[in-house]
Design a protein around this ligand. Structure first.
Ligand SMILES: [Zn+2]
Length: 107
């Protein structure tokens, strides 16, 4: 017997990447937090005059949206490279904080 699949309305912006972040490729269906945090990012920032329509929207995870901010990029690939560098910088900061907390708990 076939499993009955409930019909859901797919957001075309997210369906275009099978619900993956266009910048970091994270699966936005992997957990509820990623799904709830997903953003239809303005590729050309609205604050810089970017259009509001679907042609200027990119499926994004919350982190990429936050890290990208209102920066302007020529291509998605440029944005992707920028975001990878940002992530590496934040990763170092996270590790420093983790060490600092560890030091406190030891003292
Ligand atoms: Zn992302």
């Amino acid at each position: 017997m076939m499993k009955r699949v409930r019909r859901v309305r797919l957001d075309p912006i997210f369906a275009s990447t099978s619900y993956r972040c266009r910048y970091c490729h994270r699966d936005l269906l992997a957990d509820v937090d990623l799904f709830v945090g997903k953003v239809r990012d303005h590729f050309h920032p609205a604050s810089l005059g970017g259009a509001d329509g679907d042609a200027n929207r990119v499926p994004s995870c919350a982190a990429c949206d936050r890290l990208k901010g209102s920066r302007q990029f020529g291509t998605v690939e440029e944005a992707r490279e920028f975001l990878a560098a940002q992530r590496a910088g934040w990763q170092r900061r996270v590790e420093q904080i983790r060490l600092a907390i560890g030091g406190q708990s030891d003292g």
